[in-house]
Design a protein around this ligand. Structure first.
Ligand SMILES: [Cu+2]
Length: 124
């Protein structure tokens, strides 16, 4: 919503001088998709900080021969647990995170080695 307002403001001739600053603000508040690679046996990166409304896309690396999944082990209060199917090379699993807090993700096949933490902060 903020991004759209900034774009509308840019259409005004008076805003031209302020355009570079507004463009930066619009970019930093827009929801993004962040990619996490699923490998043998780790997620990359292992820790990730995003903002509310961002989408995480787990991508199973093309050279990955084993099966893995993405399961929410612990989450902020009120967040419903989710889990992907067991997936393999080339597959994707996406989830939009809308509640601030810490999310611990595990692979249920390799829980001891394979976990990651996502910190979701309120969008500025
Ligand atoms: Cu695994």
């Amino acid at each position: 919503m903020t991004g759209r307002k900034a774009l509308i403001a840019l259409t005004g001739a008076a805003a031209v001088a302020a355009a570079p600053a507004l463009a930066v603000a619009a970019t930093s508040t827009k929801a993004k998709t962040r990619t996490v690679s699923v490998n043998d046996n780790y997620y990359g990166p292992k820790t990730l900080t995003v903002h509310t409304g961002d989408t995480i896309k787990w991508h199973w690396s093309e050279d990955e021969s084993d099966v893995h999944d993405v399961a929410l082990k612990t989450a902020p209060k009120g967040v419903k647990k989710f889990a992907s199917d067991p997936l393999a090379a080339g597959d994707d699993f996406k989830r939009k995170l809308t509640t601030p807090g810490r999310y611990k993700i595990i692979c249920t096949f390799h829980e001891e080695d394979m976990s990651m933490t996502i910190t979701v902060k309120k969008r500025p």
